[in-house]
Write a protein that binds this ligand. Sequence first.
Ligand code: NAP
Length: 243
Amino acid sequence: MKTAIITGASKGIGAAIALKLNELGYNLVLNYRSNTSSMEELINNFVNKETINITVKCDISNYGDAKKLIDEAYDNFGTVDVLINNAGITKDNILPLMTEDEFDEVIDTNLKGTFNCCKHIAKRMIKQKHGRIVNISSVVGLSGNAGQVNYAASKAGVIGMTKSIAKELGKKNVLVNAIAPGFIQTEMTDKIPEDIRNEMIKNIPLQRLGRPSDIADAVEFLISDKASYITGQVLSINGGYYM
Ligand code: NAP
């Protein structure tokens, strides 16, 4: 049975990826930061009851916490086949009003958190001579977005990091890719005022927000044998919003 770690699995896209990987028969190491009840509810909804799931409540922006997450996964399962770096936050503001804390918190979670988990798993994946890493970036990391200087920088950074790690680890059979979702219906986008959201939808050729399951389906592909010659790529899933 294969094992996957998913960061930020308690809700939204991370929860959809967890549901998908449970269906596929993965043992799961599910990370979250605060929302224990959502995490428990998600596990109760798993259709496959044959797999083993452990939860690790920790802040992946903290180097030591991220090490604890990876250590717990290896202590429990011996091998980890897949790492999904999904945990992420927004702290939107226009540049003149953006505080240093708003910038630092978003970079620390989205960019450094991804580094922390990749860094701590790298030696182990090299040693086991296989692994798949999928980093959740964003369309905003490709296009930029007014009011999201911090978030766009963090997500563009994730793309550069993904390509660099793919170059380092390819010869060890560790494949590393990024997904750049467009606007997906989760609590993150629920925060956007309705009039602005409706305006955004008008600019999406498919005329709707994405579903978390749209991202989970792409993860299924990228960790499958069908994607065994794909590394260092950015897969855009955005309804045609940005081409
Ligand atoms: P969400 O619904 O707000 O969920 C975020 C998840 O990340 C939660 O499980 C949260 O845990 C966890 N998390 C946040 N900070 C963490 C930390 N420091 N350590 C550990 N876990 C942490 O967000 P989402 O919309 O599903 O987004 C998931 C990912 O997709 C993010 O990286 C986001 O940037 C990216 N993305 C989203 C969209 C979109 O439109 N929704 C578009 C492009 C990219 P707790 O709730 O327990 O704190």
